[in-house]
Design a protein around this ligand. Structure first.
Ligand code: ZN
Length: 468
């Protein structure tokens, strides 16, 4: 069903080089340092849930496209924010996807879904309104087989490292259970403290109390708050974490004096919070996180510059992550300066920046990552985690930052089932880009082979410190 040359250049000379570069990397292990898979399925070695839950209801790429063409989220199995039960069962949700599958022509979502159905689940017919039930039945039968349980999939996919994304106040019980099970797969949490760092998040003060309870530290004052965060980071590290991740609306950073920080903390822990104070606090906290990373070695990831939950009606009814996070213009040169003034020259620190503002790649981020030892460029994210997005990324950053200041591929997957598809698309795009450099005689083929290995495997291992 899938063309062997998909995503390769059309001209035969370059295509031949792309084919051989891809063959070099297609079977390398998968390193997945950032994503949103459910660790519970791996801890319990359970069968994955319903096909439609895995590939539709949990996938905000799919949800947003169907919603944009008039499908109600309730009909796609999404629960209301109040916890109301889904109104459609898996088969009905799947039929809706199948009826509207033409909407995904030309999108990476279709590449991923086609790959997942055909290569992972072994479904032998293309998805359409007519085939919906047959595809559903065939795939569901596979998911019920022991070979399709979470751990078997992890092993079959050749996953070497899988990081989940976890709130700072998560008790890590699932990860602890997973470790204690003796299964050799490497599944680790990532420390995502937005809920206890952003004073504008609902329940911020309540969560600080929970943070205090988890760490046995009084978090009502600035020094205790920092101590509690330090302790939680070490808890995550003990559970295998190698990184933190921060989702801030802007990439602002700050470096205030101790007394200013104490006063600011006192202000943001009392309602109502002034929006400028909240912004300054988030900015200061990125610098604090970099300082803590200097001590504990956790890699600092910034997913900044998204206007989250842009659609108030959808977020009120269904909560976050429904596909309404929009790109915003960002200024990294000015915003990151306070943090870089303190830590930019530290070769022992790794700060990975992801952006939704592509205009900043060649103008700001590539020059910065191509200078500051502490900075690395994360791969294209969200709308740009796509063949064209990756091509544009390479075109805009490599001449300035080189390959070594990037971190390889990050799949950001929502379901274990889609991880191979995402890496396969990336490895094909890498091969196509490198083949162009080879046929223009800008790079020797042996060099391109090394770079292809780096992009598929070694860069992510190094940047996210996955080797123990
Ligand atoms: Zn993510």
């Amino acid at each position: 069903m899938l063309h062997a040359d998909r995503l390769f250049p059309a001209d035969p000379v370059t295509r031949d080089v792309a084919r051989s570069l891809y063959e070099e990397t297609r079977s390398l292990p998968l390193v997945s340092p950032h994503g949103h898979c459910d660790p519970g399925a791996l801890a319990d070695d359970a069968a994955l849930g319903d096909l439609a839950l895995e590939l539709v209801t949990r996938d905000h790429y799919v949800l947003r496209m169907l919603y944009s063409q008039g499908t109600r989220l309730e009909a796609l199995g999404v629960r209301g924010a109040g916890g109301s039960p889904p109104e459609s069962d898996g088969r009905e949700v799947w039929r809706l996807l199948a009826e509207h599958y033409h909407l995904f022509r030309g999108t990476p979502t279709k590449l991923w879904l086609d790959h997942t159905l055909s290569e992972v689940l072994g479904v032998g017919l293309p998805l359409s309104a007519k085939s919906a039930d047959d595809v559903y039945d065939e795939a569901m039968a596979r998911l019920a087989e022991p070979d399709f349980r979470a751990r078997a999939l992890y092993e079959r996919f050749g996953i070497e490292f899988l990081a989940t994304t976890d709130a700072a106040t998560d008790d890590l019980a699932i990860h602890t259970r997973l470790h204690a099970s003796g299964w050799p797969g490497r599944v680790v949490p990532t420390f995502r403290p937005d809920d206890v760092i952003d004073p504008e998040r609902p329940g911020f003060v309540r969560r600080l109390a929970r943070l205090g309870a988890l760490t046995d530290v009084d978090t009502s004052g600035w020094p205790g708050y920092l101590d509690a965060l330090r302790a939680r980071r070490l808890d995550f590290k003990a559970a295998g974490a190698t990184a933190t991740d921060h989702g801030h609306p802007k990439p602002a950073t700050a470096d205030l004096s101790d007394s200013e920080k104490e006063r600011l903390f006192a202000r943001v822990t009392q309602y109502p919070v002034d929006p400028d104070d909240a912004e300054l606090f988030r900015a200061q906290m990125l610098t604090e996180m970099a300082a803590m990373s200097m001590d504990d070695g956790l890699v600092l990831q910034l997913h900044v510059g998204a206007w989250r939950d842009h659609n108030p009606l959808v977020s009120a009814r269904f909560g976050p992550d429904m596909g309404a996070d929009m790109p915003k213009r960002s200024d990294y040169v000015g915003s990151l300066k306070p943090l870089l003034d303190r830590f930019g020259n530290e070769a022992g620190l790794i700060v990975v920046v992801y952006t939704l503002d592509e205009t900043t790649y060649s103008r700001e981020l590539a020059p910065m990552a191509g200078h500051y030892p502490a900075l690395r460029l994360g791969p294209p994210w969200w709308f740009y985690d796509s063949p064209e997005g990756m091509r544009r990324f390479y075109q805009q950053v490599i001449e300035t930052a080189g390959f070594a200041n990037t971190v390889g591929f990050v799949d950001d997957a929502r379901s274990l089932l889609t991880i191979p598809a995402r890496h396969d698309v990336a490895r094909r795009v890498n091969a196509a880009f490198l083949a162009g450099l080879v046929t223009e005689h800008r790079m020797e083929e042996e060099e391109a082979v090394e770079v292809a290995h780096d992009l598929a495997y070694h860069l992510a291992r190094r940047a996210f410190r996955t080797t123990k």
